[in-house]
Design a binder for this molecule. Structure first.
Ligand code: SDX
Length: 430
């Protein structure tokens, strides 16, 4: 970070100079770390509308231009030219792998795809109809009970092997949650398959016959994972960073990220969006729901629309819609009822003054549910797939924070609006 100038804040006639830093690209920041010491005041920014909580070199978003870069590479190029493990390598290490590095990384991840056999016992403690995200929060957190050999977060080797274990095991854990819910036997990973083909094998294969994943569908799901891999300092990534700032182990931190992602305002929106489309049911009812979304007295929001950062289009939504076309055509579902409804809803919303004025555009979650449903993934597992993909972003952001020598525990303050000091009255006087 470099600084050439400062901002002067005047409080009660007294000027306070605050350094301004510029990064590589994007908005500059005003360093307020000395503000409290110099003024006795805090800044106030619930929801972090104007706050940079850290410096990072992993992902850059320009919300007005609809730009998303992973380590400088545009998401459109990565989605079309790379596979998920190449992108995972890029996000983790900062550069795309060469053929030798890719071969070695694929092999490393493949060597960690199995989970400890004891871990399978955790599933039987859940009801069969438990939400997969509840299972994932528990099982991923429980991984920290199995890897005492590599939990020294100050040791780069331990951080690397934890990252490899999480990237490799999340597909196994998600597929096991699906199988447990379906009452089918768990499928062991197949190391002769690619990362995403193996995930589909563990999801849809059975011991009764050999399962050969459809390469077009594997490519589509692999692209969905790429689109969800990282996204700057979103709510779940900020949760992982805050949990990690206390020195908590990486498995517990990723579990906290899964818990946060589950919310319908965040990663749970793909499940909520598909449920919304099912509820709307027909294009003739779109107007009724657009009206509800605009009604201040109605808590209904158009799921899959709007974004804190993208005030133009979400570049991932365009790629997701393209993938949707590919999958539905491959499966002969181009007349899919929900897809046609989603296209109609998108068109109507984008022509509506309310959505235009508030810059509400489809986000990554708007089409992802339709694609995943076409792939045979149950609605309740959509956010689990999002968590599977985002694990590489979370662990890369966690690693970046832990290896930052300036890193401190995150401890925000507050504007206190409660009762001032008072004496406890005896019971007889309450
Ligand atoms: C993800 O941060 C990330 O990067 C997240 C993510 C990632 O990859 O990690 O991109 C993934 O979480 C995508 C977002 C998925 N969520 C949804 O699709 C749920 C529906 N969207 C909304 O809940 C909302 O748009 C948010 C949560 C996404 C953004 O909320 P903000 O930035 O806090 O904006 P806001 O709620 O203050 O909305 C601004 C205005 C409000 O109206 P006013 O108070 O100004 O009158 O727009 C309205 C909102 O009521 N609005 C909507 C709306 N989204 C915002 N109105 C109707 N339908 C919507 N979807």
């Amino acid at each position: 970070m470099n600084t050439q100038r400062s901002a002067t804040l005047t409080v009660d006639g007294k000027g306070v100079d605050l350094p301004i830093y510029s990064g590589a690209i994007g908005p500059e920041v005003i360093d307020i770390r000395q503000l409290y010491a110099k003024t006795g005041m805090f800044t106030f920014d619930p929801g972090f509308m104007s706050t940079a909580a850290c410096k990072s070199s992993i992902t850059y978003i320009d919300g007005d231009a609809g730009v998303l870069l992973y380590r400088g590479y545009p998401i459109e190029q990565l989605a079309h030219q790379c596979d998920f493990l190449e992108v995972a390598y890029l996000i983790l290490k900062g550069e795309l792998p060469n053929p030798e590095q890719k071969k070695e990384f694929d092999k490393i991840i493949q060597s960690h795809t199995m989970v400890h056999e004891q871990l399978t016992r955790f599933y039987s403690g859940f009801r069969r109809d438990a939400h997969p995200m509840a299972v994932m929060v528990g099982v991923v957190g429980a991984l920290s009970a199995f890897y005492h050999d590599a939990m020294d977060i100050s040791d780069q080797y331990h951080r690397d092997i934890s990252a490899h274990r999480l990237i490799a095991k999340l597909p196994t854990i998600v597929a096991m949650a699906y199988k447990y819910n379906a009452g089918q036997p768990f499928m062991y990973p197949r190391n002769d398959l690619s990362y995403t083909a193996n995930f589909m094998h563990m999801m849809f294969g059975t011991p009764c016959e050999k399962y050969e994943p459809n390469p077009v569908l594997v490519r589509a799901l692999d692209r969905i994972l790429i689109l969800h891999a990282d996204h700057e300092q979103n709510a779940s990534t900020s949760t992982v960073r805050l949990a990690g700032s206390s020195g908590a182990n990486p498995f517990a931190c990723i579990s906290s990220g899964i818990a946060c992602l589950w919310g319908p305002a965040h990663g749970g929106a793909n499940e909520a969006c598909l449920n919304m489309l099912e509820e709307i049911g027909d294009v003739s009812r779109v107007g009724e729901y657009i009206k509800r979304a605009k009604d201040k007295n109605d808590s209904f929001k158009l799921m899959g629309f709007g974004h804190r950062v993208y005030k133009n289009f979400d570049p991932r939504a365009k790629l997701m819609r393209e993938t949707c076309h590919e999958v539905l055509n491959e499966l002969g579902l181009h007349d899919d009822r929900l897809f046609k409804l989603a296209v109609a809803l998108e068109k109507i919303a984008l022509e509506d003054e309310y959505f235009v004025s508030k810059k509400l555009y489809p986000n990554v979650d708007f089409y992802s549910g339709i694609v995943q449903r076409a792939l045979g993934i149950p609605v309740k597992l959509f956010t689990g797939i999002f968590a599977l993909a985002r694990t590489v972003g979370w662990i890369a952001q966690w690693n970046e924070m832990i290896s930052d020598p300036e890193q401190k525990i995150g401890r925000p303050r507050q504007l206190f609006t409660g009762a001032e000091k008072r004496e406890v009255p005896p019971m007889s006087k309450r």
